[in-house]
Design a protein. Sequence first.
Length: 173
Amino acid sequence: MVSLPEELEAREAAARRRVEELQAEAAELALRMEKAREDLSRLEITRETVTKVLAELSAADMDVELVVSAEPERESEPHGAAVMMVPPWREGLVTTVLPDVYRDIMEVIADAPGPLQAKQIVPRIGLPATTGKIEGTRVKLKRLVERGWLDEDVPGRFGLARRGPGIDRSNSR
């Protein structure tokens, strides 16, 4: 017959092994998650860059029709039109026209007491503070500056454009 203390020790050892196994699984999943997030970030940046280039090409030559074709000699129907993800700010434009991540960035900056750095914004929009996420967010911040939504008076510090984009401030202060 097994004594109670021996039975408890055996159960404790089994529980400890299970915890260690789960910790190892969690560590592996965390690594896989980080890689997947980095892949996603690269794809988002690539899509945004391609969209920006297409928008610039479209703006440069409004009369040229964009045609996507598998064979250059053959005419085909347009596959799609260039769409600018982040439109230039103009009077009356509100943040609801922005993609979700840009809207999140604008809300964080609107709620902040002063200009913020990309590394301060990343955790506030729910991303891990990794180099890839910080750099991806910095690219988005620079795009918002280029399009007139934000100002960057001090390099690397971003705040709302002084003329005040049409941000809905009902969630702020």
